[in-house]
Unconditional design. Structure first.
Length: 480
């Protein structure tokens, strides 16, 4: 409801600004030369087309018989409106996208109802949703924490990941450390109010200090001796491709694979150009399986982005303006890269049924582990990589982020348009993920398309282990 009122206010502001601008256009000569009382309603031969358009409007609609002071107000409003439009154009052409939804708007994939927020609709849908016999909820692998640039030297962040509360900080040496968030003393959260001291973090409650690399307590302000058993868990982390990653393994083992570093990102040839974040209420395996589900591409993603984000867009009036025709393939890689899988996509784009060869593309995506996909692209407009990360914040709550790194000279408005397009296509998948159940024994037919679904499940199972966390849900909904 509040959002609806906000939209009405924005529309009224646009109307006032536009009317002020049109008034200035109609009586522009009066404002510039101060010929008060003279209103010109006829276009001259050398006047622009937009001035002629203004003259079609009724003179009584635009010409205000007001005092000098009010004319100044109208002029200022018109100038402000022009500056606002110019800023929006600049933002579209040169500003990178950084769409991270606030908590109250973060749930995606739910149909809205008047008077209810996204959170309301998510809770309502989850209450009646049958989750199914889901696999373990936290696969073993690398997970993205945040962008490296988001963690300055001396800063501390609290992070929720794989059902754990973590304290992430960058020491004065520049090294990133990740510890269990709860202090072993009396349980204060180190990530909320903790202070960096050298390469240690100091508890905000009683001042205990813990080394970021070993987890050992190094100082207790009111005790001369620090017991050797006073320590907290340290999480293995690395910085790769401009992202901070943490290793999770249900058995406590060291990493058995690594994420490839792109030299172009390390050398700053490819720079960070934007991201879109979705919060999705589903199992992490559902998102990973999307690339291997070849038969969904023509059904869900054939209609162009102009048709909208909902799966209902396939039947909209805009569905056939721009269409995408896909040819996809998915396969796991052999050892020693068995934790990787390759998705190949070629797309033919048609505008009103006519093939637009300039828009056709062939891309290859490499999935590394359960949570990370790299999709490299090359074109005359620039080269780069899309990085998609999935982070399980809870058993059925995923943070899905799409980053783009590209040549610094690649046109920003082109990068933004493609990123918006990818975000639109992803939201169609989100509508399906958040409303489906998990079939542990799906009904598959003998075909290449369904064969890759079965192959993906066998491949993904390698990221589960004996002690992987399982959840059983009461009444098969999302209450546990």
């Amino acid at each position: 409801m509040a959002s609806g009122r906000g939209n009405v206010v924005v529309l009224l502001l646009h109307a006032c600004g536009l009317l002020a601008f049109l008034h200035v256009c109609r009586d522009g000569e009066q404002y510039l030369h101060w010929h008060s009382g003279q209103h010109h309603s006829r276009c001259k031969d050398n006047e622009t087309c937009w001035k002629r358009v203004v003259d079609y409007l009724p003179e009584s609609f635009l010409v205000l018989e007001v005092g000098f002071a009010l004319k100044w107000v109208v002029l200022v409003v018109a100038a402000g409106y022009l500056l606002y439009i110019a800023a929006k154009i600049y933002q579209a052409l040169f500003s990178r996208i950084d769409d991270v939804y606030p908590v109250e708007e973060r749930d995606s994939g739910y149909y809205m109802s008047p008077g209810r927020t996204k959170r309301d609709m998510a809770n309502l849908a989850n209450r009646y949703r049958q989750v199914g016999d889901i696999p373990p909820v936290y696969p073993n692998g690398w997970y993205e924490i945040m962008r490296s640039e988001e963690l300055a030297v001396g800063s501390v962040k609290a992070v929720n990941l794989v059902g754990q509360q973590l304290a992430v900080f960058r020491g004065e040496s520049g090294k990133v450390s990740i510890l269990d968030a709860y202090c072993p003393h009396v349980g204060a959260n180190l990530g909320v109010g903790g202070r960096v001291r050298g390469d240690c973090i100091q508890c905000p409650f009683h001042g205990w200090c813990f080394d970021g690399q070993t987890g050992q307590c190094t100082e207790i302000p009111y005790s001369e001796k620090v017991p050797s058993f006073a320590k907290t868990k340290v999480w293995t982390c690395v910085e790769v491709n401009g992202l901070i990653l943490v290793w999770y393994d249900a058995e406590g083992r060291e990493p058995n694979f690594h994420i490839d570093q792109y030299e172009e990102i390390k050398s700053k040839q490819w720079t960070y150009r934007g991201r879109i974040v979705h919060y999705v209420n589903t199992h992490i395996e559902e998102i990973s399986a999307n690339g291997a589900d070849l038969s969904h591409f023509p059904v869900v993603h054939e209609t162009g982005v102009v048709a909208g984000t909902s799966v209902d867009s396939v039947s909209s009036r805009l569905a056939n303006i721009l269409t995408h025709h896909w040819n996809a393939g998915w396969e796991p890689l052999p050892p020693p890269n068995s934790q990787k899988a390759r998705l190949t996509l070629s797309v033919t784009n048609k505008l009103f049924g006519w093939t637009v060869k300039l828009l056709n593309a062939k891309v290859e995506a490499l999935q590394n582990g359960p949570s990370m996909i790299h999709l490299t692209f090359k074109s005359f407009l620039g080269n780069g990589v899309w990085v998609e990360t999935v982070v399980p914040e809870g058993p059925m709550s995923q943070r899905l982020t799409t980053y783009v790194f590209a040549d610094w000279w690649a046109p920003t408005f082109i990068v933004n348009a493609i990123l918006r397009g990818m975000g639109t296509q992803i939201e169609r998948d989100v509508h399906l993920w958040t409303n489906k159940t998990y079939r542990s024994k799906p009904l598959l037919v003998k075909s290449k398309e369904d064969g890759t679904i079965a192959t993906h499940r066998r491949w993904f199972s390698q990221f589960y282990s004996e002690n992987s966390t399982r959840f059983s849900f009461k009444n098969e909904d999302l209450s546990w």
